[in-house]
Design a protein around this ligand. Sequence first.
Ligand SMILES: [Zn+2]
Length: 116
Amino acid sequence: MGRLFIENVNAPKIYKCKCCKVDFASVDDVLSKNFVARSGKAYLFTRVVNIFQGPTEKRLMNSGWHDVRDIHCSSCQQLLGWKYEKAQDEYQKYKEGKYILEMRKVEEFEEEIVVV
Ligand SMILES: [Zn+2]
């Protein structure tokens, strides 16, 4: 797969891989916290780094048929969630090109603010 390139996310609060601690996204990339995956709570993100995507497949979800791709951590390869490629329903179109991260697979990391 070539050389592994790890990108850093600079933000006061970021989401990291629970397994290998690479950065995935900033708190500013969270679009919605109202998603549920098989493993529980999941968030919708506009941008996620340090991932690789599986092939596109059609999946029937609570909100109808979607073309999705599984997304994995590019460092430890664990399954993190999925990316919406295409939604059939007009009301679900906002999800296209966005990412779902399952909260059990990631951890929130807040930078410590040092007051001098
Ligand atoms: Zn990882």
